[in-house]
Design a protein around this ligand. Structure first.
Ligand SMILES: CC(C)(COP(=O)(O)OP(=O)(O)OC[C@H]1O[C@@H](n2cnc3c(N)ncnc32)[C@H](O)[C@@H]1OP(=O)(O)O)[C@@H](O)C(=O)NCCC(=O)NCCS
Length: 173
């Protein structure tokens, strides 16, 4: 059975998205850091409120939430590629699912709906930037992402490898 449902995010979702973002980041990114600088949920919510307010007038952006029983349990944000040097038109900026809700297909639903809206039928090229140490890499690899860049980096004092996953034009995600 499919767990949860996916819909467009609105400014009213900012607080819930901020909370999921904080909890999920603490779990996923915390172990990568040597001196983790957690961003509080309230600060994340302020960021998302401003961003979603701007995003509503930008048809190129895709901002989604996944819900279960009326609660936001995950989100995805995507739009034009921020980097111009990796040969990708579009980018998934961020995807998070609450730790206790992972591994149940919520990420897959967000991804399928997000990529469908973002890339349409012509499937323009797309990138995702992340760290090789994160478990999400297997998620991108399972969806056909190809690593086109690996760069040593530092995340809150911890040594990491920044990776760019790439989907060429016409290659489904
Ligand atoms: C990556 C993420 C969004 C996937 O969402 P999800 O709901 O767990 O995904 P699904 O249930 O649809 O698919 C699970 C697959 O994702 C992968 N995965 C990645 N991280 C995982 C995690 N922490 N727990 C479970 N599965 C994870 C597994 O390979 C799994 O594949 P499998 O079913 O073959 O074992 C989610 O795990 C997450 O929020 N991770 C932490 C935040 C993060 O790293 N985000 C990406 C930053 S670029």
């Amino acid at each position: 059975m499919t767990h949860g449902s996916v819909r467009s995010a609105t400014v009213e979702d900012a607080e819930a998205i901020g909370s999921v973002h904080a909890v999920s980041s603490d779990e996923a990114y915390g172990p990568l850091a040597r001196d983790y600088q957690a961003t509080p949920a309230e600060e994340r919510a302020r960021f998302w409120r401003a961003l979603l307010a701007r995003a509503q007038s930008d048809p190129r952006r895709v901002d989604l939430v996944a819900e279960a029983h009326g609660d936001v349990i995950g989100f995805l944000s995507a739009g034009p590629a921020r980097r111009q040097d990796v040969g990708a038109d579009l980018e998934v900026y961020v995807i998070h699912v609450l730790p206790e809700q992972r591994g149940r297909g919520v990420g897959r639903q967000l991804w399928a709906e997000g990529c469908g809206r973002l890339r349409g039928v012509e499937l323009p090229s797309m990138l995702v930037e992340t760290y090789a140490q994160l478990r999400c890499c297997t998620f991108y690899e399972a969806r056909g992402g190809r690593v086109v860049e690996r760069v040593p980096d530092v995340y809150d004092g911890g040594e990491v490898t920044r990776v760019v996953y790439h989907w060429a034009r016409g290659v489904p995600g």
